[in-house]
Design a protein around this ligand. Sequence first.
Ligand SMILES: [Fe+2]
Length: 191
Amino acid sequence: MLKTPAIQAGPSGRAVAEQMNSDLLTAFQLHLNMERQAHTVYFAAALWCAERELRGFAQFFRNESLSELQHSAKFADFLIARGQTVELHDLPAPQQQWSMPVDLMATSFQMEVDVTTSLQQLYAFAERSSDTRTSVFLDPMIEKQTQSEHEFAHLLGRVRFADNQASALLLIDNELELGKFQPASMQTNPV
Ligand SMILES: [Fe+2]
């Protein structure tokens, strides 16, 4: 008679090939919630811009807000695939007031930096526990996150350059409406 192999199950009861290290799992749940928090912060930023007729900025932050939600969904998919149960934490109310656009951009840049730091910590945990599945999952996330920091640094620089002048800010607003937020590149065909 054929023997059924013993299959490991994760906390959700789903079959898993490899259990997740508990420190890694805790950091993963925190990171997923950090992405949800970023979603609410950027939604608040979009509202602040829309209330001030900054259409391009509002569109930019609305899209950023949606992509943060996608990031948290991506982390959720990974946890589900690893047999884990996703924990949704209470989120603090986001900041909703800034004195001027440059402050909003500085807040945003700092948040991107914090998200990168959290991803790097996850990566270190994954390496320490020889969890290749997690390292492979994190690789493209870190690459995209680094690109995001680069874009926010560029936008912060441009908004700083505008020095709170309405005409310069409206120019940037128009660019954002056209989806132009890429920093300059020295490569002729950026790869
Ligand atoms: Fe994100």
